[in-house]
Design a protein around this ligand. Structure first.
Ligand SMILES: Cc1ncc(COP(=O)(O)O)c(C=O)c1O
Length: 307
């Protein structure tokens, strides 16, 4: 494994000592971090059989809550996972956790729903007899500023995004092995995150974020067929459309990615994170006017949404 000292991830946050003492929601109860556990028979632990959402709290409001719930409820419906509560129930659980932790802003949460606890250590979903298991981890979280100036280094990896009839890449499933393998491959190549291609060889997404390039003032991202249907991705596309920035969801290859003027990643955690290099090739000159404009527009959108 390469030297880790100069490694960065798109999810680097400022160290916040308060996170050592957080309370974690486990099936309706709030538990100190060290006591917040699930059964070794849990389907999420055993099989990765669950769905999750990452969300951010700003000034007491969960940004884009409805969009996150659309994705979560659609995903759970597709795999017959009964959440056991409606959207209001999810919101109440989030509110309960935030209040118990005295959290109001600059908070990131991971909401996890699994099929629950099995009676035997085997795959069949019907063996999950008590459930679902619902866990909410909320942390004080501010992405490190250094990511904005330095940017992230990507390496193209052999691991590709799958076709929807194997495991639809739109599932934000507990099992992220496809992405984890991609990330390991990127690390071996000395990069921070993996740039993944689709089954046809077109540039698709990274192992943890959606991917955009800027060429001659135009913003390009993949067709959307093989990537996570990221909430931030859609917001960026909408913002471009509303603000006269040409934006295209289309197939393109590494040829166009290497030659881009700018490239950036999107995700709930880091909003928009600039890409400094791909496969050791610098992207553009380091000037990133379009990324900066989109970042500003996104900040304003979040402020409006959470006002
Ligand atoms: C593979 C992958 N791509 C993209 C994203 C970003 O999605 P969002 O913008 O909804 O946070 C995530 C986040 O869960 C992800 O796991």
């Amino acid at each position: 494994m390469p030297d880790q000292t100069d490694r960065h991830t798109t999810h680097d946050a400022e160290d916040d000592p308060r996170n050592r003492d957080i309370l974690i929601y486990v099936d309706g109860k709030l538990k100190p971090r060290a006591e917040a556990t699930v059964s070794v028979y849990d389907s999420g632990f055993m099989l990765g059989d669950g769905m999750w959402e990452g969300m951010r709290l700003y000034d007491g409001t969960w940004a884009f809550f409805d969009e996150h719930m659309d994705r979560l409820f659609d995903s759970c419906k597709a795999v017959s996972l009964d959440i056991g509560m409606d959207r209001q129930g999810v919101l109440d659980a989030l509110t309960m956790t935030a209040e118990a932790n005295g959290m109001t802003t600059d908070v990131h949460c991971r909401l996890m729903i699994t099929r629950g606890v099995k009676v035997k250590p085997f795959q069949h979903p019907s063996l999950s007899r008590s459930g679902p298991t619902i866990v909410i981890i909320m942390e004080h979280s501010r992405p490190v500023d250094a990511l904005q100036s330095r940017g992230i280094r990507l390496a193209t990896v052999p691991q590709v995004r799958g076709l929807p009839m194997s495991q639809d890449p739109k599932f934000n499933s507990h099992s992220k092995l496809n992405c984890v393998i991609a990330c390991l491959q990127a690390e071996e190549a000395g990069a921070d995150e993996g740039l993944m291609l689709d089954p046809h060889g077109f540039v698709n997404t990274t192992n943890a974020c959606n991917f955009f390039i800027v060429r001659k003032g135009e913003v390009w991202t993949s067709s959307g067929d093989y990537c996570m249907n990221g909430v931030t991705r859609q917001k960026v596309i909408d913002l471009c459309r509303e603000n006269g920035i040409p934006v295209f969801e289309k197939n393109y290859s590494l040829y166009e990615a290497y030659g881009a003027d700018e490239a950036f990643l999107t995700g709930t955690f880091g909003a928009q994170t600039p890409v400094a290099e791909i496969d050791g090739k610098s992207i553009g000159t380091g000037e990133r006017p379009v990324t900066a404009r989109i970042r500003e527009l996104y900040k304003e959108l979040v402020a409006r949404e959470t006002a």
